[in-house]
Write a protein that binds this ligand. Structure first.
Ligand SMILES: [Zn+2]
Length: 368
């Protein structure tokens, strides 16, 4: 049976859907990819010029890092600094935002994400050619909801008369495996088997299991457990309930679609690597992060922030420890299956995401 997707609810930053006829491992992989593998942009370096607020520099730098920035089409519109030819950051791999606020009033003033202003990059126009910038939308890199009356701005700190905050932020592209601030999702709810027929979980209860664990909405989609139903230990889950909520940096549609594309890409690089092993090509080349097929994975601890170790940058210093890149793919048990069907590899590597890198991505309904 072919997989079925049924969308139950769709909003700009939220989608609720049911996925059927896929394996538990696939559904869970999709969940993990959506949370941790999609690139977005977030403030990564903060240069503080004046801070006479009550909050210390590190505290403010941390709060700035967590502000979601509009990242539509980020995979094509921005480079990772580690893949860029520049020395530290340039217009292709970074966005500069500034904040300059002082309070001259007797009333306490809120410093919010609306005070962050986009700055032209100092080196703009002097570097090599690249198409990244034309793929950026008008609001690309700005805080989500900036100057949008329907969206409350994000509070950074509060200042009173005579206090001042002046700083410069450099936002970079990254994924949530490096630091959670790059996750496009604020929550991904995932459920299967609401009646617990498969006994994948056991409920702790005091006196009444059913009373203390009421059934959720998703139970309406499935047949209740009959009293006399024997336990089927061969049964597998086939129906999965997702609720994906984003922080606004990417739209809900973009998160799900690019999550699937990212999963395809990962599997394609696995298939290609295994084929090379089978063909007896240099086996030692396969799993290095510098390899072309793995090139876009974060080189953990690559020291990309060298030189920024002082000042507020140090608060991000321990971010890229996100080891375990691709650990989920390490299971050697399936390699035989993949390796024995090299014909599939062509299908995987076909450009099924054609058109996503185009400047019309937004016009096509992304991030609506
Ligand atoms: Zn650069």
């Amino acid at each position: 049976m072919d997989p079925i997707v049924r969308i139950r609810e769709y909003q700009r930053d939220r989608v609720n859907f049911v996925l059927e006829n896929v394996d538990l491992a696939f559904a869970n992989s999709l969940r993990r990819v959506m949370m941790a593998d999609l690139p977005t942009i977030a403030i990564d370096l903060v240069e503080i010029e004046t801070n006479t607020t009550v909050l210390p520099d590190e505290f403010i730098a941390h709060r700035l890092g967590m502000i979601p920035l509009v990242s539509t089409n980020c995979d094509a519109a921005m480079r990772y600094t580690r893949d860029c030819n520049c020395l530290e950051n340039c217009a292709f791999c970074s966005i500069v935002l500034s904040l300059n606020v002082s309070c001259n009033d007797t009333v306490t003033m809120d410093v919010t994400s609306n005070h962050l202003e986009m700055q032209p990059h100092p080196n703009e126009g002097t570097e090599e050619a690249g198409e990244e910038q034309v793929r950026r939308g008008e609001t690309f890199g700005l805080p989500v909801g900036k100057n949008d009356l329907g969206v409350d701005p994000i509070l950074i700190c509060k200042i009173r008369k005579g206090q001042e905050l002046k700083l410069r932020c450099i936002a970079k592209k990254g994924i949530a495996k490096e630091h959670a601030k790059w996750s496009p999702c604020s929550a991904v709810a995932f459920e299967y088997d609401p009646y617990n027929k498969l006994r994948h979980t056991s409920y702790w209860f005091e006196t009444d299991e059913k009373g203390e664990w009421p059934l959720g909405e998703n139970a309406r989609e499935e047949e209740p457990l009959r009293e006399d139903e024997p336990f089927d230990f061969n049964a597998k889950p086939t129906k999965f309930y997702f609720d994906v909520e984003t922080d606004g940096s990417l739209g809900a549609q973009e998160v799900v679609m690019k999550g699937i594309a990212e999963l395809q890409k990962k599997l394609a690089s696995l298939v290609l690597a295994l084929r090379r092993v089978r063909n007896g090509e240099n086996e030692m080349d396969m799993p290095t992060s510098g390899d072309q097929t793995f090139g876009d994975q974060p080189a953990a601890g690559s020291g990309e922030q060298a030189g920024w170790g002082s000042g507020p940058a140090s608060s991000w210093g321990n971010a890229p420890s996100g080891g375990g890149n691709g650990t989920g793919w390490g299971g050697g048990g399936t390699s035989g299956a993949w390796g024995s069907s090299p014909g599939n590899a062509n299908a995987w590597s076909s450009p099924s995401n054609a058109g996503w890198g185009s400047p019309s991505a937004q016009a096509n309904g992304w991030n609506v």
